[in-house]
Design a protein around this ligand. Structure first.
Ligand code: BGC
Length: 776
């Protein structure tokens, strides 16, 4: 099991809160400013004064858990210059205390760099990343991460281990919740938005953090969806699917990269020079530093790759890992700290190789301004954390992230003035759970401040509507989450008698209510790291509860709180309304109530293809066409027991209004290689209320030196239209959209060919046009 760590750092730094949303504008890509000659000089000067032990110290990052470690356990090493970075410290007093030792009592006075997993919020929790991707709204993501950065920076954290940009096409893999889903184009737009949000125009500026793209690369392709399992990915798939979000983060100026845990094509990612040197540095020109995932260097031995810890240090460093993240007390930890000095003395590693890694760490510290402002101002923390604007944005982010999967007979929105729905039963194990509304990687917020669905609905409807709650069933992981050590154990499971009584109580409450809002899904620790599962079934007796309550013949709204697509096939045939809320964050309950009662209109879209059953996995829309194309009449060859189509397609999401796409135009239907064309479409709100639609452009290259996916997303835009409003949306299709990496050419190619284009509301859009690309 892995334990999360946080690297913190700190001292008297003047922190400003993030500017309020309205004032934010992020037109340019962020950078951790390029090296100035003066930084080069300062690094050279410092390097020339460092002993080999001090250099190795800069390459050592340690977890510190206040919950079960004492500061005295790490202070001697900080004083001796044997630690360059710490993670998982969120207490500004401890950050300042450690930093003081580093900058006042160590020989060279090099400040520490403090990091933490600021994944979807710090004190204010935003929707989980998969949910934020469902917004299809990069500017929202950027704003949310700017707020998260400001709150973390307020306590002295200067570096976040985010964004996770791993493409994930297997919902059994628990970490699908931490990324943007299955698609490289959407994933790239999201990756860049996260980076801009965290770093701003410059990661050293007030309220900002250094970002870290992770986990490089291929972690999302774990065999069987089992966390940490090996990934086997052909080069074409790496370049076309798994690499693009990383490349987008590099282009957006991301300051650091985390290597992944698993084997990629039999070479562990943390000892993989193809990834860390050939692709990351040589092909992409990445200038930041690389940190290992926790204990991933020492685990090169566990993988059966390195001979021993010293060999692991050698392989990690020479492959391109600059900083080793180590967990205290693990026998595989501290490979660099225990071996690098000796490796230099033995001549296996050169001083030049050590200096190259140390230089990158020092550069980051200089650029972040740590030498000038190492401390954090503890007196400003509360003001920054209590900014009401943060909660307001969290509510908007949650509203915009939700996906209305189904709404038969326009059951939603509910009307709180309608006497026919004056008693509401809110039922389910997640309906009143403050812990689960937030999602994994929520460690620092005040869990009591999170708003549950029951609370959100009560606040929304007022006293004229009777709102009652029953859990109905309890759910639990079979194998305990490693994170309970940080988040606390769950209450004991119910006894058999209690289970029966709670079930009956929920059914009887449903029977006596006008409408039932059933809140089902997963505990927050059922997705995330070390949270894979073999099925995608609704855990516990939730399906039985759904079936029993549906049998009462009352209107039922299913609200899902979860971190992955779940098997909701039964609900899809039997429940009128289904709202996918994911883990929506601190304001989740309010945002759900806003949507259910029509104060906000749903406009999110699925960033993943939704399977009918686990047996369809992996299932993703951008697959190649087989000799039995799905559009063939009587197509039954894929499975004989179920339809081959997913339950819900990638890009799907309904609104309370309706939209029509028309007038698809291609400005130049024939272009030469390298030229661009404009694709435009009219989108009209044909309903009676305002709402959001996401116009999505898909392409297919009909022939070439490789088979290309049946459809690939190449453009999208979320727009808000008033009732009756019509607007033209425009996309540019050019070289970058029409180029792909070909195994036959062993490189990027753009070919003369015919392309099919579709624009519409999801990946099954039928409004079509063509584009011909001809040789120059
Ligand atoms: C995870 C990383 C995380 C690190 C530090 C690891 O177990 O894989 O994503 O950033 O812990 O908490």
């Amino acid at each position: 099991m892995r334990v999360k760590v946080v690297v913190c750092f700190a001292l008297v730094m003047v922190l400003f809160d993030v500017p309020v949303l309205a004032r934010m504008s992020f037109s340019t890509n962020t950078v951790i400013s390029t090296n100035s000659p003066s930084i080069d000089r300062r690094v050279d000067e410092l390097l020339s004064r460092m002993t080999i032990e001090e250099k190795v110290g800069q390459l050592n990052q340690l977890f510190f858990f206040k919950q079960f470690m004492k500061p005295e356990m790490v202070e001697p090493d900080i004083r001796a210059g044997k630690v360059g970075s710490l993670l998982f410290i969120t207490d500004p007093a401890i950050i300042n205390r450690f930093q003081k030792i580093a900058v006042e009592n160590s020989r060279l006075k090099i400040p520490l760099l403090f990091g933490f997993d600021v994944i979807h919020g710090f004190r204010t929790i935003f929707p989980v990343p998969l949910a934020m991707a469902s917004s299809w709204d990069p500017s929202l993501v950027e704003q949310a991460q700017a707020v998260a950065a400001s709150e973390a920076r307020a306590v002295g954290i200067r570096w976040t281990f985010a964004p996770m940009v791993d493409i994930a096409r297997d919902p059994r893999w628990g970490r699908i919740v931490e990324g943007a889903g299955e698609d490289p184009f959407l994933g790239s737009r999201m990756a860049a938005a996260h980076v801009r949000g965290f770093q701003g125009a410059d990661a050293s500026s007030p309220g900002r953090l250094l970002a870290c793209m992770k986990h490089f690369a291929g972690y999302g392709s774990a065999s069987g969806g089992r966390d940490y399992d090996s990934a086997y990915i052909a080069d074409a798939e790496l370049y076309n699917v798994y690499f693009p979000p990383f490349k987008a983060a590099v282009d957006a100026g991301v300051g650091s990269t985390m290597s992944a845990y698993m084997d990629l094509n039999d070479v562990p990612a943390t000892g993989n020079a193809f990834l860390l040197r050939d692709v990351l540095r040589k092909e992409w020109g990445f200038k930041g530093f690389v940190v290992s995932d926790a204990d991933a260097v020492g685990n090169l031995v566990t993988h059966g790759f390195a001979e021993d810890k010293s060999d692991a240090a050698y392989r990690g460093l020479t492959a391109g890992v600059d900083l080793e993240m180590s967990f205290p007390g693990n026998p595989v930890s501290n490979a660099y700290a225990t071996s690098l000095t000796k490796l230099v003395q033995e001549g296996r590693v050169t001083t030049g190789q050590i200096d190259e890694a140390v230089r990158r760490i020092l550069e980051a510290k200089f650029k972040l301004g740590l030498f000038e402002n190492p401390y954090v101002d503890e007196s400003r923390v509360a003001t920054i954390h209590n900014n009401p604007e943060h909660r307001r944005l969290a509510r908007v982010a949650a509203q915009r992230s939700m996906v209305l999967l189904r709404n038969e007979g326009n059951l939603l929105p509910l009307d709180k003035r309608d006497p026919k729905v004056s008693s509401v039963a809110v039922i389910g194990p997640l309906a009143d759970s403050k812990r689960d509304i937030r999602g994994s990687w929520s460690f620092v917020d005040d869990v009591n401040s999170a708003v549950t669905v029951v609370e959100g609905i009560r606040a929304k409807v007022g006293p004229q509507v009777k709102v009652e709650y029953a859990a109905g069933v309890d759910i639990a992981r079979v194998n305990q989450s490693p994170f309970v050590i940080l988040q606390g154990a769950r209450p004991a499971a119910w006894s058999e008698t209690q289970k029966q009584a709670e079930f009956e109580k929920a059914v009887s409450l449903a029977r006596s209510s006008d409408v039932i809002i059933l809140v089902l899904g997963e505990h927050e620790e059922m997705s995330g790291e070390a949270a894979s599962q073999s099925t995608i079934d609704l855990p516990g007796r939730q399906l039985e509860l759904l079936k029993t309550i549906s049998g009462l013949g009352k209107p039922v709204v299913l609200v899902l709180i979860n971190g992955r697509p779940l098997d909701i096939s039964w609900a899809t045939s039997n429940t009128s309304a289904i709202l996918e809320a994911w883990h929506p964050g601190s304001e989740g309950g309010n945002a759900i109530a806003d949507i259910l009662y029509g104060d906000a209109t749903p406009g999110g879209k699925l960033p993943v293809t939704w399977p009918r059953t686990a047996g369809q996995i992996p299932i993703y829309y951008a697959h190649n066409i087989t000799q039995e194309p799905e559009n063939k009449k009587n197509f039954t060859s894929r499975y004989w027991d179920i339809p081959s189509s997913p339950l819900y397609p990638f890009g799907h999401g309904l609104s309370y209004t309706t939209f029509n796409f028309s007038n698809l135009r291609v400005s130049k239907p024939e272009v030469k290689l390298g030229e661009s064309t404009e694709v435009s479409v009219d989108v009209e709100n044909t309903g009676r209320r305002a709402g959001d639609e996401v116009a999505q452009l898909y392409i297919h290259q009909r022939y070439g030196i490789a088979s290309r996916p049946v459809r690939e997303l190449k453009g999208f835009e979320r727009i808000t239209l008033a009732a009756g409003e019509k607007r033209t949306v425009r996309f540019t299709l050019g070289k970058s959209e029409l180029t792909y990496w070909s195994a036959a050419a062993k490189g990027w190619v753009q070919e003369p060919a015919m392309f099919d284009l579709w624009v519409g509301a999801d990946s099954t859009a039928m409004l079509a046009a063509t584009l011909r690309v001809v040789a120059r």
